[in-house]
Structures are given as structure tokens and as C-alpha cells.
Design a protein around this ligand. Structure first.
Ligand code: NAD
Length: 375
């Protein structure tokens, strides 16, 4: 029968691509499911739970060699990729756009690679497969909790015999999937929340969560529902207006990304300098290239001279590994359902979701976006 394998992730990654629940659904759909020993342990899914779900726990070597489809969260190491053989498939966040050479290598090996970064996001049929959204949503939630935890004051208004605490003010910059989840979470904790984005269309979404929408003087709608990169003049204009907004807030959570580009700097040095002592910045866009907040570093908290803390996010979804994995696994299952019938794979590359999600097949680069990136 057709075999789907799930591998143990490496490094600090706690998530797992297939949960026992999804394993059980897959075995009911006539797939054999192999699980590398310990694959789910860091997300609190023990091997026994996979066995109870009808899956087999095996060594990494067996999971790789016997698979028709290998499921992973992150791009596996080079050694693992090189072990994949002609006709095998792999699905995960394979870094198709930031590491296109790895995709070329898989094409050479005649491996079929499905990279979630390539999934078209505006086709509604693809929503159930949208790992970027499900994991961004987890990260946004966690960002609000981390901010609340580090903040040394109450978030809600508290009226007590010992006096009244003012509610905290939270500003979310970039109100896409992660930003909206951060807004919702901060609202539930009782803060006064506002959101800001260069896509005017997000106003309705922000307001429906009970937050105020701060209108940007720069409108930057790009392709596919994303923002476009701003010109140098627009960036300056945006930073100037944001300095005023930021000053009025206790917590600022930033999530702004432009696909394939360095994240825009939204909180310039001056805003960090003027921040109130004890204020918190959480930068979900923190990267080695820089993030949304001046001075932020991934996986690191920096204390500014003003006494503000700048928390550069690392892999926030991995810090809520159980929920993140449950959603990731459902996304994987949705893809498996879309590319199989009666427990057998048949990939239709004329389908407008698959023609984009598939990076490589039969030795060819399939995704146009990947081909453009390779030049
Ligand atoms: P993202 O992670 O690429 O960016 C996060 C947010 O930052 C976006 O809202 C973007 O507009 C904003 N941003 C970028 N540059 C900015 C700047 N200079 N200043 C302020 N904000 C800036 O985006 P995302 O969360 O992946 O979502 C992007 C869009 O895709 C949204 O419209 C979302 O609703 C849409 N989407 C649609 C579907 C669907 O229809 N199936 C699924 C997922 C996402």
C-alpha cells in the first residue's frame, strides 16, 4: 500500500508534521503511516499514540526509504534530502523561495517536492492547506501572550480596593493573519488595542475585532492580497507617522512582511529611544536581515537605553507546538486528500493549486514562482 512517513524534526523545532489524529484519518483512508521514533515527542504526541492510531513506529532510515510521501515541518538537513529517491514525494516548509538550490537538487534526484511557501493563498480551495496562515495565526497569538507576560503592568483595567489599574495600550503593526490573531488575543486580555496596515482592506477585519484601525497615509496594495514594498520616500513618511502612534502605546507587536523582501523597518531608532521605560516591542519579523523594529534580533531580547524591551521572535509557532502541529497536520491531510484517490497518489499538475504548490516533479521545476526565483 501507499506509505506516508513523518520524520522527527531537527534542532529546536518542536512541531511535528502529522499528529496521531491525522495518522488515524490517513490509515482509515488506506494509507500506511510510518512514524520516525520520537517524531511527536516534543509536541507531546508519544509514539504509543501513533501506534494506537494504526501507524508504525520505525527508524529514520526506514521512514525515509519506505515512503511514497515524506511529511516534514521544516526543510530537513542535506543528508536527509540526498537520501530521497526518484519518484518519492516530500511535503513541508521546504524553503523553496529562500533556498531554491535545494529544489534544483531535488529535481535532479527526480523527487516530487511540495513546498508550502508556494501555496497560492487567494484561491479559497487552498485555505484548508494553508500552513503559512495556520502557523502565522499561532505565532500572532503567542506574540500577544509573550508581550503580556513580559509587561510589568496589568493589561486589563482593574478596579480593586487597592486602587484602579489603567488598561494597557497595545498597537499591532501589520494586520495580516498573525497581526489579527495578536489583536484578538490582546483584546481578550483586556487591553485597548489598535492596528495599522498599508492595506486599507484590513480596516474591516481590525474593526470587527473591536480594535481601532489607524489609517496609514501610505497605501501599498500589492499582488495576491499582499502588501508591496514601499519606496524610500514612502518608508520615511511611514516611519514619521508611526513615531507618533508608537509613543502612545505600552506594547507594540510587529508582523509586517513583504514576500521575498527584507522586512520593512516600521519602528525606527527614534521611536525606540522615545519609548516609555517598561514598554515592550515584540517583532515577529525579526530576522538576520533585520526586522520591523530597529535593533531587534531573532530569538533574543534586547533592552534599549530607554528601558524598553525589544523581543525578537524566533520560531514562535514551535513554542505552542501541540496546537501548531494539530493545524499543520490538518493542512498536510488536506493536501493528501487533494492529490489521492482510494489511498493512491495521482498528482494533477493542471490543477491551479497544485501547479503552484509543487516545486519539482519528474525532474522539472513546476512552480512559476520558483522558476522566476531561479532566474
Ligand atoms: P504577511 O505575513 O506577508 O504580512 C503581514 C502584514 O504586514 C500584511 O497585512 C501586510 O499588509 C503588512 N505590511 C507589509 N508591509 C507593511 C508596511 N510597510 N507597513 C505596515 N504593514 C505592512 O501577510 P499575511 O498575514 O500572510 O497575509 C497577507 C494577505 O493575504 C492578507 O490580506 C490576508 O488576508 C491574505 N490571505 C488570504 C488568504 C485567503 O484568502 N485564502 C489566506 C491567507 C492570507
Amino acid at each position: 500500500s501507499t506509505t506516508i512517513s513523518v520524520l522527527k524534526e531537527s534542532g529546536d523545532e518542536n512541531r511535528v508534521a502529522i499528529t496521531p489524529d491525522v495518522a488515524s484519518r490517513l490509515t482509515k483512508s488506506k494509507f500506511q503511516v510510518l512514524v520516525e521514533k520520537g517524531a511527536g515527542a516534543n509536541a507531546y504526541f508519544p509514539d504509543q499514540a501513533y501506534q494506537d492510531a494504526g501507524a508504525k513506529v520505525v527508524s529514520r532510515a526506514d521512514a525515509i526509504s519506505q515512503a511514497n510521501l515524506v511529511a516534514v515541518v521544516d526543510q530537513p538537513d542535506q543528508e536527509t534530502l540526498s537520501q530521497l529517491k526518484e519518484g518519492q514525494m516530500i511535503i513541508g516548509l521546504l524553503k523553496a523561495l529562500i533556498d531554491p538550490k535545494a529544489m534544483q537538487q531535488l529535481a535532479k534526484q527526480k523527487v516530487t517536492a511540495l513546498s508550502f511557501e508556494l501555496l497560492p493563498r487567494t484561491i479559497s480551495r487552498a485555505q484548508t492547506m494553508d500552513v503559512l496562515s495556520s502557523q502565522a495565526s499561532v505565532a500572532g497569538y503567542k506574540a500577544a501572550l509573550v508581550a503580556a507576560d513580559r509587561f510589568e503592568r496589568y493589561l486589563p483595567m482593574m478596579i480593586t480596593a487597592a486602587g484602579t489599574a489603567k488598561p494597557a495600550k497595545v498597537l499591532v503593526l501589520g494586520t495580516g493573519v498573525a497581526g489579527l490573531q495578536a489583536i484578538g488575543t490582546a483584546k481578550r486580555l483586556g487591553a485597548i488595542v489598535s492596528g495599522y496596515d498599508v492595506r486599507p482592506a484590513s480596516r474591516g477585519e481590525v474593526e470587527s475585532l473591536g480594535a481601532e484601525f489607524l489609517t496609514s497615509s501610505v497605501s501599498a496594495v500589492g499582488e495576491g492580497g499582499y502588501a508591496r514594498q514601499l519606496s524610500a520616500d514612502e518608508q520615511k513618511q511611514q516611519q514619521d507617522e508611526l513615531i507618533g502612534f508608537i509613543k502612545q502605546n505600552d506594547i507594540v507587536i510587529t508582523t509586517a512582511q513583504v514576500p521575498g523582501k527584507k522586512p520593512p523597518l516600521l519602528v525606527p531608532e527614534e521611536a525606540v529611544k522615545n519609548a516609555k521605560p517598561g514598554s515592550i516591542f515584540v517583532d515577529l519579523a525579526a530576522s538576520d536581515l533585520g526586522g520591523n523594529v530597529a535593533g531587534s534580533k531573532p530569538d533574543t531580547t534586547v533592552t534599549a537605553d530607554s528601558g524598553a524591551q525589544i523581543i525578537g521572535a524566533g520560531n514562535m509557532a514551535s513554542e505552542l507546538a501541540t496546537s501548531a502541529s494539530e493545524m499543520f497536520a490538518k493542512n498536510v491531510q488536506a493536501v493528501v486528500n487533494a492529490i489521492s484517490k482510494d489511498g493512491e497518489f495521482s498528482l494533477d499538475l493542471t490543477d491551479d493549486v497544485m501547479s503552484q504548490l509543487v516545486a519539482t516533479d519528474h525532474g522539472e521545476i513546476i512552480s512559476d514562482r520558483l522558476r522566476d526565483t531561479l532566474g
